[in-house]
Structure formats: structure tokens, C-alpha cells
Design a protein around this ligand. Structure first.
Ligand SMILES: *[C@@H]1O[C@H](CO)[C@@H](O)[C@H](O)[C@H]1NC(C)=O
Ligand SMILES: *[C@@H]1O[C@H](CO)[C@@H](O)[C@H](O)[C@H]1NC(C)=O
Ligand SMILES: *[C@@H]1O[C@H](CO)[C@@H](O)[C@H](O)[C@H]1NC(C)=O
Ligand SMILES: *[C@@H]1O[C@H](CO)[C@@H](O)[C@H](O)[C@H]1NC(C)=O
Length: 453
């Protein structure tokens, strides 16, 4: 065989091997080469839903069961005062009634919020599945509680909109005896992963075609125990969502912040600096809990300005915002959450062009006499201002070459008309209309176009 023939034989052989084995190998080096599906970077805004049996006590947080067993004093006291001594957590499930759950209404709320994806807790650490899983007999929303496939209903309602449907999934289950037996062997036994976790995730993916798998509960064991890389290679090579799906980074000890289509690092991660890898800020409107809390106070909820502050900082630094609300056991998205989401949506109706499909700009922020975070898109730079400046004059210091010629045009989104500006050494002063005639009362966006660029 001459060299050229050998080359072709090798190339053809390699192609067969690649086709047979799929594009990605079950190791992080290979999985990390997968390009991020573009929809996810464009989407920017997602809604996170924590719903499950923990929504029945709706007290303390979605960690209720674990922290009750761990003797958290407020939960022990609550249970002693309100329930008979032999009451078990499992008995809450029959009161997860969801009688007012209307998936179409939820989809309408998320549309009004300007969300581009939704992530639902298919199964939290309690192990209860919101779909009729073959692998969770008797401990799922079809067998007990709603007696409905609530996950399936939401999936169908969301898929009738332009919003993508995603699923949170907890790898570990606090009190699953098979998991605990594996743990007792220092995870050398993998009965729980082989018999439950892998088939359960494949069941979810094959039946509901989620666009996001948001993994959690990974932190007690290595990725090798969870068989994470094998699972992801299947997801990327063979699954029905192989081209569209994105996953986060919680796939075993040492993996978060390093691997995955995007990284969450930790809850409410918001570094305030441009990041190299695509990331997401998963955060909550109720500052203290992901699950619904009946006894939350108004001051426990982020204000509209606080939400926009987190949003601007997150998007400027290359992140997506995944904003969490906890529905009630009856299936209601409490009006305080609906109002916050609607306020966000109303702001995005005016200012969304600075957010959706935007890119980080050269500089991220500016705070000479305001609180500005930048984004960019095509030939425009957007300055998102969270604080109306004194004097109706915003002073920007990080504008580089943007104002080198008189051709630069500055407008205020939703307000029409060009704004006057002047250079003052390396700073620019932009003169704003009076606040009283501006079409927004929290956070304003200046669009800057340098026609010479
Ligand atoms: C669910 O909500 C939609 C939209 O608000 C409404 O049209 C529909 O009638 C509701 N379905 C039920 C069963 O109440
Ligand atoms: C458990 O396994 C890990 C690695 O998988 C090892 O580092 C650790 O020493 C083991 N612990 C025990 C108690 O065997
Ligand atoms: C940008 O934001 C960071 C983090 O909040 C802050 O430390 C820094 O001072 C800000 N830079 C400017 C120029 O405002
Ligand atoms: C208000 O504007 C005047 C004139 O442009 C300027 O001299 C002054 O420093 C400004 N004050 C503040 C607080 O920005």
C-alpha cells in the first residue's frame, strides 16, 4: 500500500468509527468540544420552577425533609405543633393537590415575563417525580397527589409557545435506600445509578424531549459514579434532542464551574466580570427559598429594581438569568411572583433589544455618577443604567473610541429622539430628558451607535 492509499484507508476507517461511535466520546475533553447551541446564548432569560412535595408544607424551604431529619429547630417545632408524632414526610404527598394547576396559564405568565426558556424540577432531592416514572413507583405525581402527569402537561403547554422547555433533575435522593447503600460502599457499588438514575434520565429525555437538562445533587460522589460522561455522550450523539439540548455543570465532585454546555458554579453565581465560558445565574425572587414559603414576607422578595440590577450585571458579563419562582401545592403561581415576572416582561418589552441575542461589550460597567452595565449587538452598544443620574446628565468613562466623531447617535430606548452629548476629555456626558417624561421608572437603556465604526 502506498502512502496515499494508506491515508485514504485510514480516513475512511476513521469515518466509520466516528459514525459508529457518534461524534463525542465519553470523556470531558471530547464533550467539551461541543459548540454551545446558539438558542441558549440568545435566550438570556429563563424561569426556574421549584415544585414538588416540599410545596405542601411550603415552610422553611425545599430542603424541608432533610432539615427536619437534621433537626432544624424551626421545622421540628412546626411539626410538633401541627402534626401527630408519627407523621411522615411521605404523607404530605396526598396534599400535593394541584387542583388549580393550568399549564396554559403558566405558559401565559412566562410569555408575559419575556422568558425564552423554562426549567422545571422534574425530581428534587426528595425523589418525588412530577411525571409517571417507571423508576419511581408510588412516589410520583400520577400515583399520588395530583394524579396527573403535571410535567407532561407543562411540556405540552410550553411547546405551543416559542419558549424552550427544560428539566431540572437531582442525581442524589436524600433517603433512597439504594443510594444510601451505594454510599455505604464509598460509591464502589453503582446500583442506584444503573438501576434508577440513568434509565430515569433516558425516560425523561425520550418521552419529553427537554431542551435543557439542569443537573443537581451531584456533590457527594465523583462523575465516574454517576456515569456522567457516558450519559452526556449518549445525550449529544444519539438522543432525540442531541442538536438542541444544553446541560449545566453539576455532574460530580470537581466538575461544577469546569464542564458542561454552560456553568452555574454555585447558586446565585454573579461574578461581576466577563467570563470565558458561557454561564448562568440561577437565582430566586424569594431571597430565602427556591420552593414556595407560605410565611414569606414582602421584604423577602426582591424588588423590581433589585431584579433588574441582577439581570444587567449578569447579561453584561456573558451570563443567562434563570429566575426562580416556587408554585404552590394547589398549582398557583402566587400573584407576587406573577407581578415581579410581569414587571420584568414589561421592562423587556421596551429594553429587550439590549438583552436578547446581545453580546458582552469591551467594557462591562461604569459607575462615575450612575450604575451602568454594557451590552452590544451588531453596531450598537447599550448602556443599561440602574440609577438615574443627578442633573439628568449621565457621565460615562469606559466608552473608548465610541464618541471620537460627531456622528455618534445616542437614543433612550422607548423614548424616541436623539440625545445631546459632549466629550469631556476621555469621558462623555449624555444629556437626558427630564425623568418625568421617560417611559420607564426603573433602569434605562441608552443605545449608542457610532456610524463611523
Ligand atoms: C386554562 O387556562 C386557559 C388560559 O387562561 C383557559 O383558556 C382554559 O379554559 C383553562 N383551562 C381550564 C381547564 O380551566
Ligand atoms: C472513597 O473513594 C475516594 C475516591 O473515589 C477515595 O479518595 C477515598 O479515600 C475513599 N474513602 C474511603 C473511606 O475509602
Ligand atoms: C464594575 O463592577 C465591579 C463589580 O461590581 C466593581 O468592582 C467595579 O468597580 C466596577 N467598575 C466600574 C468602572 O464601575
Ligand atoms: C451638574 O451639572 C453641572 C453642569 O454640567 C456640573 O458642573 C455638576 O458637577 C453636576 N453635578 C452633579 C452632581 O453631577
Amino acid at each position: 500500500m502506498n502512502e496515499l492509499n494508506a491515508y485514504w484507508v485510514f480516513t475512511i476507517l476513521m469515518s466509520f468509527i466516528l459514525i459508529a461511535s457518534g461524534k463525542y466520546d465519553p470523556n470531558w475533553d471530547s464533550l467539551d468540544t461541543r459548540p454551545l447551541p446558539q438558542w441558549y446564548d440568545d435566550a438570556k432569560i429563563g424561569i426556574f420552577l421549584h415544585w414538588g412535595v416540599f410545596s405542601v408544607p411550603s415552610f422553611h424551604s425545599e430542603w424541608f425533609w432533610s432539615e427536619w431529619i437534621g433537626k432544624s429547630p424551626d421545622i421540628v417545632d412546626y411539626m410538633e405543633k401541627n402534626f401527630p408524632p408519627e407523621f411522615s414526610y411521605q404523607e404530605f404527598a396526598k396534599d400535593f393537590t394541584a387542583e388549580f394547576f393550568n399549564a396554559t396559564q403558566w405558559a401565559e405568565i412566562f410569555t408575559k415575563a419575556g422568558a425564552r426558556y423554562v426549567v422545571l424540577t422534574s425530581k428534587h432531592h426528595e425523589g418525588f417525580t412530577l411525571w409517571p416514572s417507571r423508576y419511581s413507583f408510588g412516589w410520583n405525581a400520577k400515583d399520588i397527589g395530583p394524579h396527573r402527569d403535571v410535567l407532561g402537561e407543562l411540556n405540552e403547554a410550553i411547546k405551543r409557545t416559542d419558549i424552550k422547555f427544560g428539566l431540572y433533575h437531582s442525581l442524589y435522593e436524600w433517603f433512597n435506600p439504594i443510594y444510601r447503600a451505594d454510599k455505604a460502599t464509598n460509591f464502589s457499588s453503582q446500583d442506584f445509578v444503573d438501576g434508577k438514575i440513568i434509565p430515569e434520565i433516558k425516560e425523561l429525555v425520550n418521552n419529553y424531549h427537554p431542551s435543557v437538562i439542569w443537573s443537581d445533587g451531584d456533590w457527594e460522589a465523583e462523575d465516574t459514579y454517576w456515569r456522567s460522561t457516558e450519559l452526556l455522550a449518549w445525550l449529544y450523539n444519539e438522543s432525540p434532542v442531541k442538536d438542541e439540548v444544553v446541560v449545566n455543570d453539576r455532574w460530580g465532585i470537581g466538575i461544577p464551574c469546569h464542564h458542561g454546555d454552560f456553568i452555574n458554579c454555585k447558586d446565585r453565581y454573579n461574578p461581576g466580570e466577563l467570563q470565558k465560558k458561557k454561564w448562568e445565574n440561577a437565582m430566586t425572587i424569594d431571597k430565602d427559598s427556591w420552593g414556595f414559603r407560605r410565611n414569606a414576607k414582602l421584604s423577602d422578595y426582591l424588588t423590581p429594581l433589585e431584579i433588574l440590577t441582577v439581570l444587567a450585571r449578569t447579561i453584561s458579563c456573558g451570563g443567562n438569568l434563570l429566575i426562580n419562582v416556587g408554585p404552590s401545592k394547589e398549582g398557583i403561581i402566587n400573584p407576587i411572583f406573577e407581578e415581579r415576572l410581569t414587571q420584568l416582561g414589561n421592562w423587556l418589552k421596551i429594553n429587550g433589544e439590549a438583552i436578547y441575542s446581545s453580546q458582552p461589550w469591551t467594557a462591562q460597567n461604569d459607575s462615575i455618577n450612575s450604575n451602568v452595565w454594557y451590552t452590544s449587538k451588531d453596531d450598537a452598544v447599550y448602556a443599561i443604567d440602574l440609577e438615574w443620574p443627578q442633573n439628568n446628565t449621565v457621565i460615562l468613562g469606559s466608552v473608548g473610541n465610541l464618541f471620537k466623531t460627531a456622528d455618534t447617535v445616542v437614543t433612550l430606548l422607548g423614548n424616541g429622539g436623539k440625545l445631546k452629548w459632549a466629550l469631556n476629555k476621555d469621558r462623555v456626558e449624555i444629556y437626558l430628558p427630564d425623568k418625568a417624561i421617560v417611559n420607564s421608572d426603573t433602569a434605562w437603556v441608552f443605545k449608542i451607535i457610532d456610524n463611523k465604526l
